[in-house]
Structures are given as C-alpha cells and as structure tokens.
Design a protein around this ligand. Structure first.
Ligand code: MG
Length: 304
C-alpha cells in the first residue's frame, strides 16, 4: 500500500468523546443540515468486524448488500482495525462467507506499520497476537527500535507488556496498530481490544502512541487515494462510533453511517462528536441509504 507523504502528521486528532455539556450535533437528521448540498457519493469505505461479520459468522444480508454496492458502480475499500489475524486469513474468512474481495481492496494497520518501519529504518519490538507475526516477516534489521502493539489477546502477559514498556522508556518509537476499546467477540460478548493496553503503556511511559489504523486520517487517505476518490465524495460504514464514524468525519469524509450491529450499544452515537450522519440498522440498510443518495436521483427527492 502507498502511504500519503504526510502520514505521520495525520493521525493525531483523538478527541472523539464529546466533552460533557457540549451539544450533540445530529448530522443529517438535523433539519439544519441539507445533505444534498454537501455530498455526491462516489466511494464507500467499509469496516469488517461488526459490519460484515461477527467472529466467523457473516451477518444477515451482508453478502447481497455488498453486491448491490458493486453493481451500482461505487468504488469500495475495506478498512479493518482487527489485528488478531493476518491479512491472508481475513481474505480467506471472507471467501468462506462467499464474499470475494481483492487484496488491494483491504487495508490493514499491519501494512501501514511495515511501511513506516521500513521508511524510518526501525526494527520492531512486536507486542501482537502470535497469528499476526507472519505479516511482519522479512523486515530489514536496524539498530533503532519501534514498539508495535496490536490486539495481542492472551499474549498480553505482564512480561510482554513490561518488555514493551522498557523499550519505550529506552526511547523506542511507539506505534499502535489500533486503539479500539473493545470488540464484539465470537462468543457474543464484548472483549477488550488493543486500546486498553495502549493506554496502559502510554500511562506508564508518559509517551503517546502513534495510531496507525482508524481513526488515523492517513489510513483513510491511503484507501481513498487507491480509488482516486475525494474524501468529501466518500461514505464510511462502521459499528464503532469513535474509530469508524468520528474518525472518518474528522478525516474529511462526506458522510459516516453507524450500524446497529457488532459492538454497537444503544446511544453510542450520542457519546461522540462529530456524530454519525445517520444511524441505520445494519449493512443492508446502510447500502440502501447510500443508493438512495447516489446516482441520478434529484437532490431532495431521496431524503428519508
Ligand atoms: Mg467494527
């Protein structure tokens, strides 16, 4: 993947949670906002976990919904913050669900990390899930170090966290593949994601991690550039109000839709600013929302 030249300076805006007392901006449900004056949807960015599947189960209607987007001629890219499995296994999992996407259509934080490590000439200290190790094979060795932290799951032992902490105190770069708080796990419950452990290391080391996946503006920009789509002409679909929705809007996307599947908890849209353009039930509803607003329809006619 090709990173934007200014990638390193594009991921710093992390104030997703709305400060107490500030008004909630209702996005396109706010009658003051005329959506048709602002957007012309040409591209769609999709989160995977919680939108297309949960664990190993494809969500109802997801496969047909993706087909509808492709049939409508919209450019599509997939951006995941999942860092427990290598990219080839994500693609294989999708194939088993009957969803075929090309490797170039899927953007992962591990790819960004590889690019940055090579560009900055750093050897990684990997605090990641054992299954993800293969995405970091074959990197050149350098004297300078960078801690790379992802969702290591059961590999988040005291020893592993402490070793990373010592690297940070010694001056290693601090790269976080993602900083999501939690995700909807295969057993139906919520599980801790990388963010809690990133925060622990930030606290102890007094350092600040560079976030490489969503909500980094550079991550969105790389996907948009690959399909030659201006941010303002793109819509993001995700189940994470902070990383997917606020992140996309801060990165300049024209719209961001929050789905009520995956990790969604009632009211999640009220805890973030900017809030979602719309909250919809699931991916099929999100696709319908987009198709109602793209193509030939006269501007005001499609408003729900
Ligand atoms: Mg998700």
């Amino acid at each position: 993947m090709q990173l934007p030249n200014n990638f390193a300076s594009m991921g710093e805006s992390r104030a997703w949670h709305r400060p107490p007392g500030q008004a909630y901006r209702g996005g396109f449900d706010d009658p003051a906002v005329a959506w048709h004056d602002q957007v012309m949807i040409r591209g769609v960015l999709l989160d995977l976990s919680g939108v297309i599947y949960v664990g190993t189960h494809v969500l109802p209607g997801a496969k047909d919904a993706l087909s509808r987007l492709r049939d409508a001629g919209l450019a599509i890219r997939f951006l995941t913050n999942s860092t427990r499995v290598p990219k080839k296994d994500i693609l294989a999992r999708l194939r088993q669900m009957g969803i075929v996407i090309a490797g170039e259509e899927l953007f992962t934080p591990a790819e960004v990390a590889r690019e940055l490590l090579a560009h900055r000439k750093r050897s990684p200290h990997l605090l990641i899930h054992p299954d993800l190790m293969e995405d970091f094979q074959g990197l050149a060795a350098h004297a300078a170090r960078a801690v790379v932290i992802g969702d290591a799951g059961p590999a988040f032992t005291f020893e592993a966290l402490n070793a990373a902490f010592r690297e940070l105190v010694a001056g290693a770069d601090f790269l976080a593949l993602a900083s999501n708080r939690y995700f909807r796990d295969d057993d139906g419950g919520l599980s801790l994601d990388a963010g809690a452990f990133v925060a622990a290391l930030e606290f102890a080391s007094r350092r600040r991690a560079e976030i490489l996946g969503k909500p980094s503006a550079g991550f969105f920009a790389a996907a948009l550039a690959s399909m030659s789509c201006d941010a303002a002409d793109a819509v993001m679909i995700g189940d994470d109000a902070e990383m997917d929705v606020s992140g996309a809007l801060v990165a300049g996307l024209g719209c961001a839709l929050l789905v009520r599947t995956g990790k969604y908890l009632p009211g999640a849209e009220k805890d973030v600013d900017p809030g979602p353009t719309a909250v919809v039930d699931d991916l099929p509803a999100a696709v319908q929302w987009i198709l109602d607003r793209s193509g030939q329809a006269s501007p005001g006619a499609a408003r729900a």
